[in-house]
Ligand binder design. Structure first.
Ligand code: NDP
Length: 279
């Protein structure tokens, strides 16, 4: 039987409607409008597109958003100066620096400069550490979106075998930590993993965050598994995930499409983190 498709667009829309209502209520109670500052350095077309999508989403739910566009030639000092200014701006509750930064800028130093209370991406080492010890914190948006999708299908990870392919700081590691927190038995795979296919085949929950088009094949997937595809890859003009969707959907129990899966969830979680940051 073909898998149930987890429609990220629909879930994200529901989250956005709920947030819009919450923001409206806040305003009626005299609380400040949540504010997000997005910092975009250079002219990477993918970054420009992501920033545009994030700002459109903010506008739609009633978050005040402002974009700070800087040339790739900006100095580290001036960029840090802008972060300081946003850190002390009371209208701004969340700060997002669109990554990657152009060569020559020190990403780590920039992220560490953001006040952890305004770090709605959850990339500051304080928030990363809080996640690692299982404390309440800003969870990075894509991993938070993955967990929301499992919740949406009422999938309880407790006692399940979860395999996360990819160990990046922004997706693989935090997804693994969140699954562990929810009592799954978690395996993290990466480019040095010996028998990736065999690892994947054991997964009740399989999260692909690799960046290799359609790498996960149908015979890598346990029948009935929940398959969450984080990958965004271009094949010509077509966008595909890390999972061979057409064939895997015949084996899996649940599967997320690309596009229209984890992508919209990531933006919805950014909005949720910003509303949370506003207190
Ligand atoms: P990274 O490139 O930072 O990490 C990729 C990971 O995959 C690494 O851990 C790498 O291993 C591992 N890997 C690479 N090749 C293989 C292989 N052949 N076998 C096993 N593991 C492999 O990517 P990100 O985590 O940033 O992103 C992953 C994907 O998710 C990308 O397609 C990206 O575009 C997408 N993405 C989607 C988002 C969304 O909103 N939907 C948000 C963020 C990312 P090693 O560590 O050993 O190098």
């Amino acid at each position: 039987m073909a898998a149930q498709i987890i429609d990220g667009k629909q879930i994200a829309q529901q989250i956005r409607s709920d947030l819009a209502r919450q923001i409206q209520e806040r305003i009626e109670q005299g609380k400040p409008r949540p504010g997000l500052a997005v910092v975009l350095v250079g002219d990477n077309p993918a970054s420009q597109l992501y920033v545009k999508m994030k700002q459109k989403a903010c506008l739609e739910v009633g978050i005040h958003s402002e974009e700070h566009r800087l040339p790739a030639s900006i100095s580290q000092g001036r960029l840090l100066g802008l972060i300081d200014q946003l850190n002390s701006d009371p209208r701004i509750h969340g700060i997002l620096v669109q990554l990657p930064l152009p060569d020559g800028l020190d990403e780590e130093e920039v992220i560490m400069r953001i006040r952890p209370e305004k770090d709605v991406d959850g990339f500051h080492p304080i928030n990363v550490g809080r996640l690692a010890i299982g404390a309440d914190t800003y969870v990075p948006c894509t991993p938070a979106g993955v967990m929301k999708m499992l919740d949406w299908i009422n999938y309880d990870p407790a006692g399940k075998k979860a395999v996360v392919v990819g160990r990046s700081n922004i997706v693989g590691k935090p997804v693994a930590q969140l699954l562990l927190k929810r009592n799954a038995t978690v395996t993290i795979c990466h480019s040095h993993t010996k028998d990736l296919m065999d690892e994947c085949r054991q997964a009740d929950i399989l999260v692909a965050a690799v960046g290799r088009p359609q790498m996960i094949k149908a015979d890598w997937v346990k029948p009935g598994a929940a398959v969450i595809d984080v990958g965004i890859n271009k094949i010509g003009k077509k966008t595909v995930g890390d999972v061979d969707f057409d064939n895997v959907k015949e084996v899996a129990g649940w599967i997320t499409p690309v596009p229209g899966g984890v992508g919209p969830m990531t933006i919805a979680m950014l909005l949720a983190n910003t509303v949370r940051a506003a207190g």
